[in-house]
Design a protein around this ligand. Structure first.
Ligand code: MG
Length: 172
């Protein structure tokens, strides 16, 4: 059994992962309107990954016999001026998620909740990868600027992204 403070923090995190998914889906829809279908695909995969993160937390709460409390998901931003602005927002969102994961990890440590602490290690590693891949895209977009050929090639590149198997690296 998990304590109520930690369960509440994990329920908040579940909501944040679903908000992220919703936000990336809005970005995907924006890219469709820009005829950047590869970017739209990349964001759609990103949204699917966030849903999987939410479900990991959902399953963990159930395993720990905690109440699962689903709240409303805030409406995301839906208009941007450039692909670069979209990815700058993505980085800001991922940095917010990382901070939230660190805060719950601190809480789990202070509550001597070793199971939650260990559970969160996967998310900490995941956030490092998330932030790094988004930073790399921001750098590329800065190089490309608003130049059509570069955006076209990057769009073809991003169309190749495949959904990661979230359970593959759990190894148990
Ligand atoms: Mg996530």
């Amino acid at each position: 059994m998990i304590n109520s403070k930690t369960a509440a923090a994990l329920n908040d995190q579940l909501n944040m992962e679903y908000y992220s998914a919703y936000s990336y889906l809005a970005m995907s829809a924006y890219f469709l309107t820009q005829n950047l279908n590869g970017f739209a695909h990349w964001m759609r995969v990103q949204a699917q990954e966030e849903l999987a993160h939410g479900m990991k937390i959902y399953d963990f709460l159930d395993d720990r016999e905690a109440d699962i409390r689903l709240r409303g998901i805030e409406a995301p931003k839906q208009k941007w001026d450039s692909p670069l602005e979209v990815f700058e927002d993505t980085l800001a969102q991922e940095q917010k998620v990382s901070q939230s994961i660190y805060d719950i990890t601190d809480l789990a440590l202070s509550e001597r909740d070793h199971a939650t602490h260990t559970f969160l290690q996967w998310f900490i590693v995941e956030q490092v990868e998330e932030e790094a891949s988004v930073k790399e895209l921001i750098d590329t977009l800065k190089l490309v600027g608003t130049e059509g050929n570069g955006l076209f090639l990057l769009d073809r590149d991003l169309a190749q992204r495949q959904l990661a198997d979230e359970d593959a690296d759990e190894g148990q």
